[in-house]
Design a protein around this ligand. Structure first.
Ligand code: NAD
Length: 343
């Protein structure tokens, strides 16, 4: 089998890792990457070997450009839609772009899939666990109510339900995946693990929002890619119209993450500092992995410590990649009490 796959947002964190995964595992596949190269995307993520590979094509463009998206979808068999504005704090600073890219961008992708319904074998929409909000019960399964708590999560929930509605209305070959907290190489410094790792490597304080007890489910990005690969190649009858959590089932609070990073690097916990909590913070978040295990046959995944060691090793050897984004580690937003805070 030889697939042609459109990857939107492929120059961002998960997209880059997924493109590497596909090109290594399926050298005959044709990969089209559509990315607007916002501050979060970087064409230099791709090695010259990838960029010169005739099976790789990069198109700089906006997912909201319906005509462009339609042209590209016409050329492929599968669509994996990552493109989005993704940073929670930025969505509190200004949410308009989030609704444009995350909701209207998804509409233009879904509509292009609809117009090519007979040709598209799979349309994977990358949603997020943030659509669930804080856990009403644990672990959180795919039927957990959707209570998005930030403008980012609300925009992603809109996109998630839009794709669901396209499946119900038009029976498109959709699969919605809801990743929990992903980490690994190529993640922007604005996200918590790279922020902590870069601070630790620079000997600077690791700043925790709130008291550090907010818990997250952590999945190493190589595992994310393996799961997306399983979704891409699963039998239609098993996955069409389905929703899958992409989580590890392992949760750890933010304080625990900071401590683990410092321990791996042999640094003192005195580097940990605290700042008032970010509005809309999700307190508990742990994934049920039961459905992914039963349907996709997902295997037990990389241990958090091992994934973190690989991640730290990558950041330690790719300083020029991240040093240019040091000033973007914090965003100024207005808190509930009207005062400005950096997050
Ligand atoms: P990212 O911010 O690193 O990358 C997003 C990419 O989308 C960038 O390359 C950016 O240039 C591109 N992009 C933004 N606006 C665009 C537009 N209008 N047109 C075309 N391209 C555009 O994000 P990520 O962490 O790789 O996340 C990828 C997807 O996974 C997103 O949909 C996100 O909501 C979802 N997700 C991520 C996580 C996580 O922990 N990283 C967790 C759950 C869900």
């Amino acid at each position: 089998m030889k697939l042609r796959i459109l990857v939107t947002g492929g120059a961002g964190f998960i997209g880059t890792n997924f493109v590497y995964h596909l090109m290594k595992r399926y050298p005959r596949y044709q990969i089209l990457v559509l990315d607007a190269l916002t501050y979060a995307g970087n064409l230099e993520n791709f090695s010259s070997e990838i960029k010169e590979n005739p099976n790789f094509r990069f198109i700089r463009g906006d997912v909201c450009d319906a005509a462009l998206v339609l042209d590209l979808v016409r050329e492929v068999d599968c669509v994996v839609h990552f493109a989005a504005e993704t940073h929670v704090a930025r969505s509190i600073f200004d949410d308009r772009k989030f609704f444009k890219t995350d909701v209207l961008g998804t509409q233009s992708v879904a509509n292009a899939v609809l117009r090519n319904k007979d040709q598209i074998r799979r349309f994977i929409h990358v949603s997020t666990s943030e659509v669930y909000g804080t856990a009403l019960y644990q672990p959180m399964d795919e039927d957990h109510p959707l209570n998005p708590m930030t403008p980012y999560a609300a925009a992603k929930a809109g996109a998630d339900r839009l794709v669901y509605s396209y499946w119900r209305t038009y029976d498109l070959p959709t699969v919605i995946v809801r990743p929990f907290n992903q980490y690994g190489p190529y993640q922007h410094l604005e996200k918590v693990i790279p922020r902590f790792v870069s601070s630790a490597l620079l000997g600077e304080p690791l700043t925790i929002h709130g008291d550090g007890t907010a818990k997250r489910d952590w999945l190493f990005v190589e595992e994310t890619c393996k799961r997306l690969d399983l979704v891409l190649h699963a039998d239609d009858a098993d996955v069409r119209g389905q929703i899958f959590n992409l989580g590890s089932g392992f949760d750890l609070d933010i304080l625990g993450v900071a401590r683990t990073i410092l321990k791996i690097l042999g640094l003192s916990e005195n580097l940990i500092t605290f700042t008032p909590d970010r509005p809309g913070q999700v307190q508990h978040h742990i994934s049920s992995t039961a459905k992914a295990e039963a349907v996709l046959k997902v295997h037990p995944c990389t241990h958090f410590q091992e994934g973190l060691e690989k991640t730290i090793a990558w950041y330690a050897t790719h300083r020029t990649w991240w040093e240019r984004m040091l000033s973007m580690r914090r965003v100024e937003i207005v808190g509930k009490d009207g005062t400005f805070q950096y997050y």
